[in-house]
Design a protein around this ligand. Structure first.
Ligand SMILES: Cc1cc2nc3c(=O)[nH]c(=O)nc-3n(C[C@H](O)[C@H](O)[C@H](O)COP(=O)(O)O)c2cc1C
Length: 425
């Protein structure tokens, strides 16, 4: 995005012009108001799943506190009339250093979730990383994006055949890269969900990449043939609701599905095989034979792990603590970035994930060595408030604020953002 009329000014103009006609923005332009408004729109279960963190929420808080420990030191009287927010990642020029993070079971936040998010991302040219726990098959989301960039996020299943199948589908639907998420080999302890006894996947939400996969469905049918899993015979209102939820999400006709053991077996199979807690470096080394796509590791927080990832030929690192959803009392991702960047900077691209809420956060992450950042919860809140338009506007707002922050700090391009622009608070 290089324009005289910059991303920031454009967005301001749209909002202020609408204001003249008495129209307010569909999504609040600051994170706190956005979050508050989204909470009002979301069901208790959806709010718990999206907002919740691990344990007492200390890592969620740490992600924010870390940003507050750095301050931007603007410089004046530099020509910033033309600014370039663009970056290059894996051979593609992107309009800004922002990607949309993979979010599973996004349908909790709004109908048509993945496809709506994908279309919104495509409108802005922002890459969307499709979650392995998406609510739509990756091919459907890709179809909504035209030629716009998309990546695929993989959870490494206990079944290697399934891993290969998902990777092949990612290549076929035009993914530019694969992100292997390493920090969720088990689900973290999430009291907001636990207190409601609510897990979206158990209702058949967020398993569309699986039920659309031929290898996964082969495994499901083999398990049914072997009389697994054993049916639970207790019939409660909740169990009936869950059955309807699973059945309505399963591919095919609802009435046929209602008579079939497959929807329920698919959920059980998913819960059994989606992730491999024994995953080790040797598995990751094998990824090179499994796909020709660039591979990034997501969930790296220690410089030694980052170095090792580079040593075994990984193409990038996503410094992330999964938005504080996995380990309570964990290191913030920004602090981890500060340790990791010197260890691998220049060797491979580094993406900072977890805690990005506005343009100043993007700026600080880049100054501390990230090449790009991902936007997570905020885009889901946009979805909850105004569907695809909400996702688009939340994302455009962050890019606009980043543009203005960069320009007002006296810098005209992303490459000029260095550590010199920051001081410790
Ligand atoms: C509702 C929700 C679902 C998520 N699902 C996934 C997922 O399927 N795969 C994944 O790698 N990360 C997933 N994440 C983590 C995000 O990719 C990202 O790391 C996180 O949202 C960053 O934290 P932030 O949103 O607080 O900035 C999920 C996060 C949320 C909030």
């Amino acid at each position: 995005m290089t324009t005289e009329e910059s991303a920031g000014r454009q967005r301001q103009n749209v909002i202020y012009r609408d204001g003249v006609f008495g129209r307010r923005p569909k999504v609040p332009t600051d994170f706190e108001s956005l979050e508050r408004a989204a909470k009002k729109k979301m069901s208790a279960a959806a709010w718990a799943y999206v907002h919740g963190g691990a344990g007492s929420g200390r890592t969620v808080q740490a992600n924010r506190d870390a940003f507050d420990r750095w301050q931007i030191v603007p410089r004046v009287l530099r020509d910033v009339s033309k600014r370039d927010l663009g970056v290059e990642l894996f051979g593609k020029r992107l309009p800004s250093p922002l990607l949309l993070a993979p979010v599973g079971a996004a349908e909790l936040a709004g109908p048509g979730a993945d496809v709506a998010i994908a279309s919104a991302a495509a409108e802005l040219g922002v890459p969307y990383i499709f979650s392995n726990q998406g609510s739509a098959p990756m091919e459907e989301s890709a179809a909504a994006m035209g030629d716009s960039p998309r990546w695929f996020q993989l959870y490494w299943s206990t079944e290697d055949d399934l891993v290969d199948s998902l990777l092949e589908r990612a290549e076929n639907m035009g993914a530019d890269a694969v992100v292997v998420t390493l920090d969720t080999t088990m689900l973290g302890w999430r009291p907001e969900d636990l207190n409601l006894g609510s897990l979206p996947f158990a209702q058949g939400k967020g398993i569309a990449q699986y039920t659309s996969d031929p290898v996964f469905m082969r495994i499901v049918r083999e398990r049914i043939a072997a009389a697994l899993p054993k049916p639970d015979t207790e019939v409660t209102l909740g169990a009936v609701r869950a059955l309807i939820s699973m059945t309505s999400r399963f591919p095919g006709r609802f009435l046929d599905n209602l008579r079939s053991p497959e929807p329920r077996a698919a959920v059980e199979t998913f819960l059994d095989i989606y992730s491999r807690p024994s995953l080790g470096w040797a598995d990751l080394e094998s990824v090179r034979e499994r796909t020709s796509l660039p591979v990034l590791l997501k969930g790296v927080l220690h410089p030694d792990d980052a170095r090792r990832a580079v040593d075994i030929g990984m193409n990038g690192i996503v410094v992330s603590n999964h938005g504080g959803r996995q380990v309570d009392g964990g290191v913030s991702s920004l602090d981890a970035l500060n340790d990791i960047a010197p260890a691998v900077k220049g060797a491979v691209p580094i993406v900072l994930d977890s805690g990005i809420r506005g343009g100043a956060d993007v700026f600080k992450a880049l100054a501390l060595g990230a090449d790009a950042v991902t936007l997570g919860r905020p885009h889901l809140y946009g979805l909850a408030l105004a569907g695809g338009e909400g996702v688009r506007d939340v994302t455009a707002n962050v890019i606009a604020e980043f543009d203005l922050t960069m320009g007002l700090s006296g810098l005209a391009s992303v490459a000029e953002i260095t550590r010199d622009a920051l001081r410790r608070a």
